[in-house]
Design a protein around this ligand. Structure first.
Ligand code: UDP
Length: 237
């Protein structure tokens, strides 16, 4: 697979062209990065775990009527996806305050928010992914059609409802997560990127143990064990 032409390499994934111009091959890497790639590491088998976790979540969301870029899983760390132009917004949904929200607003870590908070961040590493609002999106030419932003927010809330219910049955609290969306060649907005412990925070329902990339960010150890536990709970039932 490595002989194929690479379209793009990100922090957690590589994208390759395929014979079909409407499809891309996505390779999940073992690399781990945090704090805008200032902290780097690697965990053998992490890519395969995220590929399997993302596959299960995209399949679940498809069943719930959410349009995603996912087509099929090909092998341990590759999936076939529809080619999309990524909308340069990171859509973050938060159920519980932690991470950058607590730092930015001084909200106590672990406080359950009165409603799911949806935030937009501008996907730009050089700028450190700043938080933006609808008017910034218009000025940055991310969209002139403001209803697209309402659509992203509505999709994010639906996804949060589906995933929160799914994970709490598996004794995992979905604390917060990041989504990316893209447009296919027909202009449809699809959920893209990945949904994994790299992009979500999961806390154990009983112990509040962190079972996500915070184990890497905060040097808590057992990163892979945590990702394996998330996969195990997804597959149970
Ligand atoms: N997140 C992500 N990629 C980013 C920034 C955030 O996947 O570039 C996820 C992160 O894993 C968490 C949520 O988005 O689940 C909210 O992250 P936060 O803004 O608290 O940022 P952090 O604490 O990671 O700086």
């Amino acid at each position: 697979m490595d002989t194929q032409q690479m379209l793009y390499e990100g922090k957690g994934k590589k994208l390759f062209i395929t014979q079909n111009t409407d499809e891309v091959l996505v390779e999940f890497k073992d690399d781990l990065t945090a704090f805008n790639a200032e902290k780097k590491g690697s965990e053998q088998g992490k890519g395969a775990l995220n590929c399997e976790i993302s596959t299960a979540i995209f399949e679940l969301l498809a069943k719930e009527g959410i349009n995603t870029h996912f087509i099929k899983k090909l092998d341990s760390n590759h999936m076939l996806c529809k080619k999309v132009d990524i909308i340069p917004i990171e859509v973050v949904v938060r159920n519980v305050a932690t991470g950058s929200l607590t730092k930015r607003l001084g909200i106590e870590d672990g406080r359950v928010l009165p409603f799911a908070l949806v935030e937009f961040y501008y996907k730009d590493d050089a700028l450190g992914d700043p938080i933006i609002n609808d008017e910034h999106c218009k000025i940055l030419n991310i969209t002139q059609d403001m209803s697209e932003l309402d659509f992203l927010r509505a999709q994010a809330r639906r996804i949060n409802d589906v995933l929160s219910a799914f994970f709490i049955e598996r004794k995992l609290r979905l604390i917060d997560f990041k989504l990316e969306f893209g447009k296919d060649s027909a202009g449809n907005i699809l959920l893209a990127d990945e949904i994994s412990p790299d992009s979500c925070r999961f806390w154990d329902k009983d112990t509040n143990d962190k079972l996500d990339k915070d184990r890497f960010r905060q040097n808590l150890g057992n990163v892979k064990v945590a990702y394996e536990e998330v996969l195990k709970r997804i597959l149970q039932k």
